[in-house]
Design a protein around this ligand. Sequence first.
Ligand SMILES: *Cc1c(COP(=O)(O)O)cnc(C)c1O
Length: 472
Amino acid sequence: MNLFRLLPSIDKLLGRMAEDPELRGLPRALLRDLANDFLDVVREEIRAGTAGADDLDEARLLPRALAFVRVRSKPRFRRVLNATGVVIHTNLGRSNLPDSAVEAVARAARDYSNLEFDLSTGKRGSRYSHVEELLCRITGAEAALVVNNNASAVLLTLQTLARDREAIVSRGELVEIGGSFRIPDVMARSGARLVEVGATNRTHPRDYENAITGETGLLLKVHASNFRIVGFSKEVSLEELVGIGRAHSIPVMEDLGSGNFVDFTALGIPLDEPTVQRRVAAGADVVTFSGDKVLGGPQAGLIVGRREYVDRIKRNPVSRAMRIDKMTLAALEAVLRLYLEPERALREIPTLAMITAGADELKNKARSLRRRLSRDLAGRARLSLKPGSSRVGGGSFPECDLPTTLVAVEPQAPVTAEALREALLATEPPLVGRVEDDAFLLDPRTLRRDEFPLAGSSLDQALESLGAAKES
Ligand SMILES: *Cc1c(COP(=O)(O)O)cnc(C)c1O
């Protein structure tokens, strides 16, 4: 029997799709292409001998075709639920914006604005002016500039201050932060000549002193965001480096990576990182940091420091190629305004609220999540609470575990936790978590309460697709 002849026609598939509420409104040409893709997949199965006459029965094939087309016709860039407990998860979009910033983004997107228009003179203005004053007020710096991300902030600063000159860095700070961003490579591209000093574990003030020549343009300090050198180690403090820079009239730049405005240790949270304010007060001439790491704002690279250097960076024509767009600017201004009231910032900026969530609050959230899931899963998995730890992520605070309470989901055999994890990537919305000791773990730290019903629905869909039987 020629199995290929059992395949439905394209018109038949298109006819079925026209009746489907989800697919009905989509462009016909797109649906036709996807229907053809589906038929190609089935033809391949027939050739490989994995599809028999039964599988080609309309009752089986049409629902499969609809599911195939539904998945592929959805927008590719989608919401996911983050149950990993990694607060600043670069792969999942780093920081969620506070509501005030979300509203500001929508307004900037929809309406005309004074982006580069000075309302006091009616003449051309600067897009940077909207956040410069706020950044100076918060950090104590004389001047500020904002670009697309911290990678561009570092590149632009190096290029402005050290192109065709030498920049001195400790060997212990030649960091790779992931995504192939390596300080030595970025320096090479900026046109600065890298002068490495010290040893991997120990660098002394005299190492910098001895390396300074008439060619030196910059002393660079890089925050070792995602690793720590422990044991027999010594680094030169920013204060010491500033002393050396001043004595030789050489600017000192620090790439802080994450950069935070909040002193977490004062809140009893063991994240021992200097704030941007403290780095500025210590005399750094230029400090660069990310907008969407611990700061909790949109993707952006923030440059703060002494006016003379920041002005030179602003005048570098390359800055035009890194300028931030109006929606980012709107979000950033809204987030920075929250920092004018620190308690409000801690409450309303999701990244800060998640990092500082207390043990009792997390335990209560875990209990509510388990209650919700036990209703949705109806006996198809065993649910329990267990102590665990969350991470700040984003290459920040690598050695710091934040205690949390996890909800462990152990599906009934033969479904494994690993199969469940995989199936959850195809649910609507997809749910991302981790597997440990044959349990799928959800960390309530990175799930909002209003997302609990969605998490329940995703788990329900995943178990359904794995054929887990509902208890009657
Ligand atoms: C994260 C990081 C960067 C890059 O910042 P992006 O905002 O991701 O471009 C640069 N330097 C350090 C030390 C970092 O931790």
